[in-house]
Design a protein around this ligand. Structure first.
Ligand code: BES
Ligand code: MN
Ligand code: ZN
Length: 493
């Protein structure tokens, strides 16, 4: 996809289709007014017919409008003018792209520069570019007949001279983010016989080569040397060797403490000896979406060369049953020295994350954020619209919530109260790895908090948001937008 900026007269522009905004109540944007004036009121007459009210996401196609060079003008509903926001911008862009016929390879639009309250043009231009990439993403299916690429190839943003450089910067940012999101989606969608722990290790090495990151991919022996007994307890049942990935993007000041991102990388979760039921088990290939989001953020960081220090940590393995697998009742000694009674081998995410959280201490981090498809209970609590957010620091939680709002990739804070901690009590070890049926996503976060005492820490449970099921089955790339928006805010501060 190619993005560009034009400041020339829109009626003379040679493009396959102009996308022109109409607010609810048939109110014209400045671009719509200008085109209406040169086209003998073609736009207001079309609206008078009653075919478009202006609700966000609705559209009306006009063809061969006299006075306008582009062969198509797509009127795009924007919703109420006083409610125009990044959210309605995204809805409108998605609606417009859905309405494009197959012959449209180029579009030009004013949608990215319609003023939004308290929002710089840069943010709206970024949202436009990111949404275009998201909406034209094509699933990386593995079929004998390769899919046709999406027809849309060029997007031109129509702006005044004054807004040009801000809009340009926004488009670049949105593209960087869009590429990161698409990469995370691709990794999630890959089948688990291809996307193994060693495959993720190779992807990290490739990213490092392409963008100049520092990278280490630790193998079994190195993981043993670090005494990550909890992580090793999960990988025991699998024939696939584990990896522990350390990626570093060091573009901030030397004195600047890094943000550490930790991604759960279970490339397939059978549940282990506490075997999951068969229905929909294929979806447990998505149990590495935390890891994919870390790699997606790194792709965007590399594209955008953000002046920050960011470390990515990915413990990755399979969770399989076998004669060697960890059993309920086994006790593991974590890297921190704390012991864990494994009461359910299906609560494996926390077992690989806790050792990564201990490893994170060596970076003296400004903040540590882990991202994990951690609990089915989080899906019961919050559904598929927001990710669960837990944190031991309110400023960090608020910054992540704000980044979620801005990016349209929202999170919702859940209580991380000490009252829940006793649910993890064990008679035989420092803690159990499960806390009973009540508040399952909270007790999972409580477990992790015991390994994150020495720094500001947040945990994103993305079990409900990382992928979609059913007809639309596929990775979403969430929470790459939230995380990158948080990092952008850090680099601006
Ligand atoms: N990867 C799953 C969580 C999950 C399940 C995410 C379904 C999305 C959809 C995780 O490893 C798991 O199995 N968690 C258990 C924990 C339980 C045994 C305490 C769960 O949620 O059932
Ligand atoms: Mn599990
Ligand atoms: Zn899992």
């Amino acid at each position: 996809m190619e993005f560009s900026i034009k400041t020339s007269a829109p009626e003379k522009l040679r493009t396959d289709c102009l996308l022109v905004g109409i607010y609810e109540g048939r109110k014209l944007t400045d671009l719509a007014k200008a085109l209406d004036a040169v086209s003998d009121k073609a736009i207001s007459l079309a609206l008078k017919s009653g075919d478009l009210e202006g609700k966000a996401g609705t559209t009306l196609m006009l063809r061969q409008v006299a006075g306008i060079s582009a062969p198509r003008v797509l009127l795009v509903g924007l919703g109420k003018a006083d409610a125009w926001s990044l959210k309605s911008l995204r809805t409108s862009v998605r609606g417009a792209l859905k309405a494009l016929p197959a012959g449209v390879q180029q579009v030009a639009t004013d949608l990215a520069v319609l003023p939004i309250k308290k929002t710089p043009i840069k943010h709206s231009a970024a949202a436009l570019a990111e949404t275009v990439l998201e909406a034209t993403y094509q699933v990386n299916a593995i079929k004998a007949q390769a899919a046709e690429p999406h027809p849309l190839q060029q997007v031109t943003v129509l702006v005044d001279k004054a807004a040009q450089s801000d809009a340009e910067a926004g488009l670049i940012q949105g593209q960087g983010l869009g590429l990161g999101v698409a990469y995370a989606r691709d990794l999630g969608n890959l089948p688990p016989n291809i996307c193994t722990p060693s495959y993720l290790g190779k992807q990290a090495e490739k990213l490092a080569k392409d963008y100049g990151f520092k990278v280490e991919v630790l193998e079994q022996a190195a993981i043993e040397k670090l005494q990550m007994g909890s992580f090793l307890g999960v990988t025991r049942g699998s024939e696939e060797p584990p990896r522990f990935i350390v990626l570093q993007h060091l573009h901030g000041k030397k004195s600047q403490k890094p943000v550490v991102l930790v991604g759960k990388g279970i490339t397939f979760d059978t549940g282990g000896i506490s075997l999951k039921p068969g229905a929909d088990m294929d979806e447990m290939k998505y149990d590495m979406c935390g890891a994919a989001s870390v790699l997606g953020v790194f792709k965007a960081l590399g594209e955008l060369k953000l002046p920050l220090n960011v470390v990515g940590l990915i413990p990755t393995c399979e969770n399989m049953p076998s004669g060697r697998a960890t059993k309920p009742g086994d006790i593991l000694t974590s890297m921190s020295g704390q012991t864990i009674e494994v009461l359910n081998t299906d609560a494996e995410g926390r077992l690989i994350l806790c050792d990564a959280l201990t490893y994170a201490e060596r970076f003296e981090p400004a903040a540590v954020i882990d991202i994990a498809t951690l609990t089915g209970a989080c899906v019961i609590a919050l559904g598929h619209h927001v990710s669960g957010l837990f944190a031991n620091n309110d400023a960090l939680a608020n910054a992540l919530l704000a980044a979620g709002e801005q990016s349209g990739d929202r999170a919702w804070q859940m209580p991380l109260l000490d009252d829940y901690q006793p649910q993890l009590d064990s008679n035989f070890a420092d803690m159990a790895n499960i806390g009973g049926r009540a508040a399952g996503s909270i007790t999972a976060a409580c477990f992790l908090s015991r390994f994150a005492k020495n720094y500001d820490w947040a945990h994103l449970d993305i079990a409900g948001t990382a992928w979609k099921s059913g007809k639309e089955k596929g990775g979403t790339g969430r929470p790459v937008p939230l995380l990158l928006t948080y990092l952008l805010a850090q680099s601006a501060a």
